[in-house]
Design a protein around this ligand. Structure first.
Ligand SMILES: Cc1ncc(COP(=O)(O)O)c(C=O)c1O
Length: 411
């Protein structure tokens, strides 16, 4: 082994991260002002106050869509979209196996059947060729998850939907501010579903929104968040005609989310600047594959997902992540430990305590999507945040370079 190689922290060297990551308080004066105004209305119900509706208008403006409908979470947003699309028992919805359960739970609640298409391992976005192979006469929708703030190949997915008469529903939970060919994501499919949970680009603790340009879908979306009660003036309040949930947002969440929408552009710009530094600094590092955004996409970088080559480095993703953590870098291995279809709920068909669910007709388990499995096995994630500094980026790059050199020289 060469003696000139810089010793990493796992081998007794000094950790590279010399001070904590940049941080900041995400809720401040703007949120307090909006909250006070909400309370001063003397109602926290969305039809009687102004905050939820103002927030909806702002989200429609940001995404360039005609309508935005507030919901109580990202999961609720996707469920609301599926209800609005009329997804019914035994219908099939094509989805990626690399996502949060929030993408899957709504499909199962509708008694519909998730069908997993494979991904492009460089971006983890749905592979349109694999999607096409999944289509049957039961397919009703594609749920395109824009993972880590990077868009799916919407130009390829849209014609597939048009050809087969499918809904294109965008899961934008991780991708606030992301654009695809100059347009906001969420505005390209039939509906776009956003999350406002604590960990997203903008937040109100928990909440969400669905955007659409379609008048009829907008009407059904609103009904789907409110027990199918039509609260429009002259509407048929207690004449529910399809199964809908209570996914309403309160004025308190609306107030905080409204203040947060004003911060989105800056948050996304700063995340982009940080991630672009990593992209530059990690290009051509031996054994490291940097993420490749989908062509035409300007990602908004919810996190930074890169892959390692264990054959070159002689270590696996877990070992590399541990070595980075020892350097003080907030790395994690894999994003999720395994593809969603390997979770017990799918393998054992255990959605409900008893009775049959239409998804029981599919044998879920390892081997379904080889590219997704390969991507997860070799993937690491790094945090991205609008408060991170240039020094945070430099130290991250330095630590990854140090480890690449060390592991290669130790083989
Ligand atoms: C891709 C994706 N879809 C849906 C969700 C669900 O959002 P929520 O936690 O707001 O229900 C998440 C949350 O992490 C997500 O990352």
């Amino acid at each position: 082994m060469s003696t000139t190689i810089d010793k990493p922290a796992i081998a007794g060297g000094i950790p590279i991260k010399s001070e904590p990551y940049g941080s900041g308080n995400r809720y401040a004066e703007d949120e307090i002002r909006e909250l006070k105004e909400a309370l001063d209305q003397s109602t926290l119900f969305y039809t009687q106050g102004k905050k939820v509706h103002s927030m909806e208008e702002k989200i429609a403006e940001i995404t360039g869509t005609k309508y935005a409908i507030a919901t109580s979470s990202g999961t609720a947003s996707i469920h609301t979209a599926l209800m609005a699309a009329g997804i019914s028992p035994d219908d099939e919805v094509i989805v990626t196996p690399i996502t949060d359960m929030g993408s899957l739970v709504p499909i199962l609640w509708q008694q519909a059947v998730p069908v997993f298409a494979d991904v492009n391992p460089d971006s983890c976005a749905l592979d349109p060729k694999s999607v096409e192979k999944c289509i049957t006469d039961k397919t009703r929708a594609i749920l395109a998850v824009h993972l880590w703030g990077n868009a799916c190949d919407l130009d390829a997915l849209k014609p597939i939907c048009d050809k087969h008469g499918l809904f294109l529903i965008e899961d934008c939970a991780q991708a606030w501010g992301c654009t695809y060919k100059g347009k906001s994501i969420g505005s390209i499919g039939d509906m776009g579903c956003f999350s406002l949970n604590e960990f997203k680009h903008i937040s109100c603790g928990d909440g969400g929104a669905v955007v659409t340009n379609d008048d009829n879908l907008a009407r059904r979306l609103r009904l789907s968040t409110d027990k199918c009660y039509n609260r429009e003036p002259g509407g048929s309040m207690r004449q529910a005609f399809f199964l809908a949930n209570n996914y309403r947002m309160t004025e308190l969440q609306g107030a905080v989310a409204l203040a947060q929408t004003g911060k989105l552009a800056r948050i996304v710009a700063r995340r982009r600047a940080f991630a672009e530094k990593l992209q530059e600094g990690l290009t051509n590092v031996k054994g490291i594959s940097i993420p490749k955004p989908t062509e035409g996409c300007d990602p908004s970088w919810w996190f930074y997902m890169f892959r390692i080559d264990p054959d070159i480095l002689g270590v696996d993703a877990d070992q590399f992540a541990q070595a980075l953590q020892a350097e003080g870098i907030g790395a994690g291995a894999h994003y999720i430990a395994q593809c969603v279809y390997e979770y017990p709920i799918f393998v054992n068909h255990s959605a409900y305590d008893h009775g049959d669910h239409p998804f029981s007709r599919i044998n879920y388990g390892k081997g379904m999507c080889p590219q997704a499995e390969f991507a997860l096995e070799t993937a690491l994630t790094l945090p991205v945040n609008e408060n991170f500094t240039d020094k945070d980026a430099e130290e991250t790059i330095k630590a990854i370079r140090r480890l690449s050199d060390w592991f290669i020289s130790s083989k």
